[in-house]
Design a protein around this ligand. Structure first.
Ligand code: AMP
Length: 584
């Protein structure tokens, strides 16, 4: 013991006794403590000792149960106990998607950092050369999609001879995606003495068959889905709004403003809907990103990095693209469209309320879909509360609450002395309460926008829109909504309140050759048009920002002036092409 060790009574209580008792190395336990894991989850309790002992395991468990750590921690412990695998990795984890590969690899890295564990995600779409180089440099754990793993095995770059553990994660998803043969081929290439761990959310006969062919006397475990546990208070607040399709967009804006999610995933049914909703949200000042199967892997990776880093607050996605995604910061799941099946609802909302955290699931339901909501309630054994779309008054109250909270913070900070001279010079003529009220009004208006914007929201989400517009999705042409900022400067500046040019003005569409990838935000375009072309911000119509370009609507009378002015200036530091949109 070091000479200056603290006296016994000051020694900290043993941390994470639960994980230590499962037989994990103190360095791994310390990593878990840093990550805030206090107790093993039920699945971890059951699997960790079994897997450290080298037994095969067949587990029925969904994401959100702590499944990743349940197989990752024993892999690390076996490396500690038995040493590394030489030319081969010690463990190969097969997962259905690239996103999941990155996610699992990241988790293994975090748990095993102090042990110097080398982990590598490999998946299709990534340049193979880089993967070859990384594998040759030596890895302990490979997390791969089945096709790419097989590719490397066939090239000889992935040596399987020394592999001691193979994990099949989300096996049912892998089969659904057509990976059955690849999985069998990978297993065939690994030593017969290996440990085989199989996790699946469901256990159809096809999975049982794979287990039978490839496992030896597996220990079976089954962990209930966290959201569907009967009798347990749900950690996810589930709410639905009943409204016609034509009102969804306006209502979504109000709901987002009322809920102020730190990070939300918004589910749509199709790729087109994802793109359209993302563009509308971006144009209205939200930091929204699209994720769907039609995007290249490179772009999808970038999107996920931005979402994980907190640079984006809304991820608009299809079910398939978001499969298996785990975003720690996620507070809200929003079903812009009802999922095709009630089971998919459970999958979707399983992304929040994990590991004891609170979450919110919001569903927009059209009146004709009422029965589908009932089916979901039957499956989850939980009543979904039908809520009223927030009114203008609700938003106003919420805005005042935000202002109140900001003022409280400023009062606590106690560094306001600088402004005393202003108050002093007014206090001869005015009552301090009057001065305070005027100051609050100025702050509130600057931070949050004015009443005009609120009325526009009211107009946009009036529920009695004609039913014949229900199937048309025209976000570009709809008045939509604008966000209000959570606090002045809280998200890097507010989007100026925008009103459309108005039905009596002919609008021209202007093409600007820079978009999201160049960092363009609606406020950049509004700012440039207002300052350079001297066109008032409230004359600017819909703004659409895609990855590569943007389209802005301005009144026909000023179109030429805007094109000329923007052509002569820079946007985010660069000259960009500006012209009339061809669709005009
Ligand atoms: P998974 O089911 O593996 O997708 O894990 C769901 C979430 O729970 C992840 O964000 C993990 O970081 C977290 N998690 C896993 N195990 C624990 C634990 N024992 N305590 C707290 N959080 C955990």
């Amino acid at each position: 013991m070091p000479k200056n060790a603290p006296p016994q009574e000051e020694a900290p209580a043993p941390q994470n006794a639960g994980f230590s008792a499962l037989g994990l190395d103190p360095k791994i336990v310390a990593a878990l403590t840093t990550l805030g894991y206090e107790e093993p989850t039920p699945i971890q309790q059951e699997t960790i000792p079994t897997l450290i002992a080298g037994k095969d395991l067949l587990g029925q468990a969904a994401t959100g149960t702590g499944k990743t750590a349940a197989f990752a921690l024993p892999i690390l412990q076996r490396i500690v106990n038995e040493g590394r695998g030489g030319e081969s990795p010690t463990a190969v984890v097969l997962v259905p998607t690239r996103e999941l590969a990155m996610q699992v690899a990241e988790a293994v890295h975090r748990y095993g950092k102090a042990l110097g564990i080398r982990v590598l995600p490999i998946y299709g779409g990534q340049p193979i050369g880089r993967q070859l180089y990384a594998i040759r440099a030596g890895v302990d754990v490979v997390v791969a999609t089945p096709g790419r793993a097989l590719d490397h095995i066939r090239r000889g770059s992935l040596q399987m001879g020394g592999v001691r553990i193979v994990v099949l994660d989300e096996a049912d998803e892998m089969l659904d995606m057509g990976f059955a043969e690849d999985i069998e081929a990978v297993l065939k290439e690994s030593p017969a003495t290996r440990q085989t761990v199989l996790f699946s959310a469901t256990m159809p006969p096809r999975i049982e068959a794979i287990a039978k062919r490839n496992q030896r006397d597996p220990v079976r475990i089954r962990i209930a889905k966290p959201v569907a546990k009967a009798g347990e208070a749900p950690k996810v607040r589930q709410q639905a709004y009943l409204l016609p399709r034509s009102s969804k967009m306006g209502a979504l804006g109000r709901i987002l403003d009322l809920e102020s999610p730190a990070a939300a995933i918004i589910f749509c049914r199709t790729r087109t809907e994802v793109d359209e909703l993302t563009e509308t949200l971006s144009a209205r000042g939200y930091k929204a990103e699209a994720l769907h199967g039609g995007m290249t892997q490179d772009i999808r990776d970038k999107v996920m990095r931005r979402v994980r880093a907190g640079d984006s607050e809304l991820l608009v996605a299809t079910d398939v693209a978001a499969r298996g995604l785990d975003i720690d910061r996620l507070t809200h799941v929003i079903n812009y469209d009802l999922p095709a099946a009630p089971e998919a609802y459970v999958h979707r909302i399983g992304r929040v309320g994990r590991a004891g955290r609170e979450g919110v699931a919001i569903t927009l339901v059209e009146p004709r879909e009422h029965h589908a909501l009932r089916n979901i309630e039957r499956l989850t054994k939980h009543t979904i509360q039908i809520a009223k779309v927030p009114t203008v008054a609700d938003l106003r109250t919420k805005r005042l609450e935000v202002t109140l909270a900001s003022l409280r913070e400023a009062l606590v900070a106690d560094d306001n002395e600088h402004y005393r001279v202003v108050v002093d010079s007014l206090s001869d003529a005015y009552d301090p309460i009057q001065i305070a009220m005027a100051a609050v009004k100025l702050y509130h208006q600057a931070a949050i926008g004015d009443e005009e914007e609120q009325e526009e929201i009211a107009e946009a989400s009036r529920p009695e829109a004609p039913p014949d517009r229900q199937s048309q999705s025209t976000p570009r042409a709809s008045p939509g909504f604008s966000r209000f900022s959570k606090a002045a400067g809280a998200d890097g500046g507010t989007t100026p309140p925008r009103k459309r040019g108005g039905p009596d003005l002919d609008m021209a569409r202007i093409f600007i050759g820079a978009g999201r990838e160049a960092g363009i935000r609606p406020q950049d375009l509004v700012g440039a048009i207002a300052n350079e072309a001297k066109v008032a911000g409230n004359l600017i119509g819909a703004i659409q920002i895609t990855d590569r370009f943007s389209i802005v609507e301005v009144p026909e009378q000023v179109a030429q002036q805007v094109i000329k002015a923007l052509g002569n200036t820079t946007l985010r530091g660069k000259k960009v092409p500006v012209r009339r949109d061809k669709a005009n």
